[in-house]
Design a protein around this ligand. Structure first.
Ligand code: 9WN
Length: 422
């Protein structure tokens, strides 16, 4: 093992809570959904059985309607460690939420899970134990993808509707600015943020006004008892998220491969293939020839979200390397101002760009991993590893100076490092 892979393995070991992994030691002391998928890819190179356990733990908190919650709370972590805690979420207002324990949030996050299981399967070289566990997980995976393709897309547009910026995984992206600006914040109980106690520089995190909006949206979701049809009728924040949808497309392609491993019936395969076709068509329909990007669709504003961010490259993640999009991608990563040729979360040419602010400019290693996986472009891997050698396992990185930002020892950064080195 190289020195860097040993250090990455040590980060996973440090965040390992026994069968599941904290997203970060202090800032995120619970299990997050898409983090767990990346983390499982990292564990696959150390211990494939442990990798599957990561996802089994997450799926054991799945809701009855198939939704995979975005946070599964550690029952023994001090409640003051992370806000909002389970008492704010009140997930059991929904009849679909599992009876605690486990306590969960009421949102979901991008479905990287089948992509992770495909990776684990390839790494473990056909282990019978992993095959048996994949067979047991299959109905849950299918229910998760069904929930997204159907309950989150009643229009059958092929695009997933998100109810909250936290569902995108790119919380503070300018993609959500206009939709959030229309949300009128009502009376909120007093609350205390914990994130700014862990990350001392508030310039790297969302503002208090952003947090009021995030928490108000959760209040509204609770009033709707997390019921999808009610939310889709009444909620002020409804956006078709192209990056989320592209991950779902990639995950459906991975699921088709896993269908062979588990011996799934043809009816399952036909369903998955149908979802995948719809997602590819939905993404193609969001193409903006002027920006040469694929754009989210704000349902309440009835308008495409004209922002230059990493999400504009969503079709690449879904396996569609349209030449104009690829050319735009190459032009963004070859910007001479960048310290490394990697994708900034928001383009320096977008008016909302801020080089150190959450999802408004910095580089996220897992985002580059998704592009690298789709394009097989070794330059992305080499540059990412150089960045990590310099910055450590930072949550995110200033794109021009290479300054490490956010949490140190972020589990998913260590996990993709292990995959890149393998
Ligand atoms: C809210 C855990 C998560 C990531 C998200 C990232 C951040 C949470 C927060 O941390 O979000 O879910 O409190 O800021 O934006 O992508 O999954 O690492």
């Amino acid at each position: 093992m190289s020195d860097l892979s040993e250090r990455a393995a040590a980060v996973l070991a440090r965040n390992d809570a026994g069968g599941w992994t904290k997203a970060a030691p202090e800032l995120y002391p619970h299990q997050w959904s898409w983090d767990a998928a990346f983390v499982a890819i990292g564990w696959a190179h150390l211990d494939p059985a442990r990798a599957v356990a990561e996802l089994e733990h997450l799926f054991s908190a799945q809701w009855a309607n198939g939704k995979l919650p975005h946070i599964v709370f550690d029952p023994v972590a001090p409640p003051a460690g992370y806000f909002p805690d389970p008492s704010w979420w009140r997930a059991t207002l929904s009849p679909d939420a599992p009876a605690p324990p486990p306590e969960t949030s009421g949102l979901c996050q991008p479905p990287v899970h089948a992509v992770a299981l495909q990776r684990i399967w390839r790494v473990c070289a056909g282990s019978p134990d992993v095959a048996a566990r994949l067979r047991r997980l299959w109905p849950r995976l299918l229910a998760w993808h069904r929930y997204l393709a159907e309950d989150r897309d009643p229009e059958r547009s092929g695009l997933v509707t998100i109810y909250h910026p936290w569902e995108s995984g790119a919380d503070n992206s300018p993609r959500w600015d206009d939709a959030l600006a229309r949300v009128e914040v009502g009376p909120l109980p007093p609350y205390r943020r914990r994130d700014t106690e862990h990350v001392a520089d508030p310039g790297q995190r969302p503002t208090d006004a952003d947090y009021d909006r995030y928490l108000w949206l959760v209040e509204l979701l609770k009033r709707a008892r997390y019921d999808d049809p009610s939310i889709q009728r009444e909620h002020p924040f409804l956006v078709k998220d192209v990056f989320f949808s592209a991950i779902l497309a990639a995950a459906n392609a991975a699921l088709l491969e896993l269908a062979d491993v588990v011996g799934a019936p043809d009816a399952d395969r036909a369903r998955i293939a149908g979802w995948l076709d719809a997602e590819r068509r939905g993404l193609a329909g969001q193409w903006d020839p002027e920006l040469s990007l694929c754009l989210d669709q704000d349902l309440r504003g009835a308008t495409p979200v004209r922002r230059r961010t990493f999400a504009g490259f969503a079709p690449l993640v879904a396996g569609d390397a349209e030449p104009a999009l690829l050319a735009e991608f190459r032009s963004v990563v070859s910007d001479h101002r960048l310290r490394w040729p990697l994708v900034p979360s928001t383009s320096p040419d977008d008016p909302a760009f801020e080089s150190r602010k959450y999802w408004r400019g910095p580089v996220w290693p897992v985002v580059d991993w998704l592009f690298w996986r789709a394009l097989g472009d070794d330059a992305l891997r080499t540059a990412s590893l150089e960045q990590i050698r310099t910055c450590g396992f930072a949550e995110y990185v200033e794109p021009f100076t290479g300054e490490p930002l956010g949490s140190p020892d972020q589990a998913w950064t260590a996990a993709v490092t292990l995959d890149w080195l393998a």
